[in-house]
Design a protein around this ligand. Structure first.
Ligand code: UDP
Ligand code: MN
Length: 350
């Protein structure tokens, strides 16, 4: 009898201990949930600073007093596809409200970087590129343009608005255009690692032999942003000039590939573009070690990358047209376009 009641007391004590422990953990996790939820709620209309929301992509706050045209859920562009099969928006004129987007992103106080390479004779394109960027590229936002050139003394003086700056980086000349074009990934990777980490949110990497003709702004912002090449967007994927040799790390097999994207314009959040540049660079170099150069150098590697790592925003060919092409009816506005150039005259090799 005595022994039996001792056992009962032990069991009761153990149970009480267990309940105590359970209660304690329950209480702790409840507190965690509460404090997490409190952190998630930013002050209305205010910024999300000091909260757990750190990505620019996740939280879009519009000013309370903004008036704009009512969006429709049943009417819109029907002549083009405005969303990919993985549900990324495809940006065409008429799919977005620039005033609304600008007011959302103004509150985020973002900085956008752009890289542009002007090596050898390509320096001749820089003035037009920079002057038209002033008129059309993220007007009203903080923009840092990084020029990579072997002729720093020939960089034109272009008047830039407040909050916009030009930075010039010297790079060696090259005797092969393929090398200039391909080394861009390495230089973009290093630039991000060494210079941009703390003061830039988004970055776009653009060809210099082009000009802005229309707005290129906040509608183009996204995690990983690709531009559809104007030359192939109506074609079957079998016609895309992907790298077709399985030996290359840029290989895209028959029956694969979503779109053909431009090497002359891509971008996104700094971290995303860093990963893209790093991956394309290392694949390009590993190929080179085995004596293989992809059909369209870094454009081929970029297309391979985007096949696996789907872009979260796709820009229509409005964002990189070609001056020699007449405008197709679905293209309502040309925002950025490659100028006509004489390859034999400007490239170091043909
Ligand atoms: N590039 C350069 N110097 C050269 C060749 C190329 O600076 O001699 C840079 C320049 O930014 C150019 C980009 O690499 O816009 C891609 O080359 P290109 O425009 O000739 O290729 P395409 O657009 O004709 O395919
Ligand atoms: Mn080009």
């Amino acid at each position: 009898m005595h022994l039996w009641s001792g056992k009962v007391v032990t069991v009761i004590l153990l149970l009480a201990l267990l309940l105590g422990v359970l209660y304690y953990y329950n209480f702790q996790s409840y507190r965690l949930v509460v404090s997490f939820e409190q952190d998630q709620i930013p002050p209305e209309g205010g910024s999300a600073a000091n909260t757990v929301i750190t990505s620019h992509e996740l939280h879009l706050v519009a000013p309370n007093n903004l008036q704009y045209k009512q969006p429709s859920i049943v009417q819109g562009r029907t002549d083009v596809v405005t969303v990919t099969p993985w549900l990324a928006p495809v940006v065409w004129e008429g799919t977005f409200n620039p005033v609304l987007l600008d007011s959302i992103y103004t509150q985020k106080n973002i900085t956008i970087a752009a890289t542009v390479f002007a090596v050898g004779k390509y320096i001749m394109f820089l003035k037009n590129f920079l002057e038209t960027a002033e008129q059309h590229f993220f007007v009203g936002f903080k923009v840092h343009i990084y020029v990579f050139t072997d002729r720093p003394e020939e960089v034109p003086k272009v008047k830039m608005a407040a909050g916009r700056q030009l930075m010039v980086h010297s790079v060696p000349s090259s005797r092969r255009w393929q090398e200039i074009s391909a080394r861009r990934m390495e230089l973009i990777q290093t630039l991000i690692e060494e210079k941009l980490q703390n003061d830039v949110d988004y970055i776009f990497c653009l060809d210099v032999d082009s000009k802005f003709h229309g707005r290129w702004g906040t509608e183009s912002l996204g995690g990983l942003v690709a531009v559809i090449h104007p030359g192939y967007y109506r074609d079957d994927r079998s016609k895309f000039p992907y790298e077709r040799r399985p030996a290359s790390r840029a290989y895209v097999a028959p029956g694969q590939g979503d779109f053909y994207y431009c090497g002359g314009a891509f971008g996104g959040l700094l971290q995303e573009v860093h990963l893209l540049a790093k991956t394309c660079r290392s694949n390009f170099e590993a190929d080179a070690k085995e004596g293989i150069e992809a059909a369209w150098q870094e454009e081929s590697h970029l297309n391979r990358y985007m096949w696996i790592n789907k872009p979260s925003k796709v820009l229509s060919p409005e964002y990189l047209w070609q001056d020699f092409k007449s405008r197709n009816p679905e293209v309502h506005i040309i925002r950025f376009s490659g100028v006509v150039k004489n390859y034999a005259e400007i490239r170091p090799n043909v």
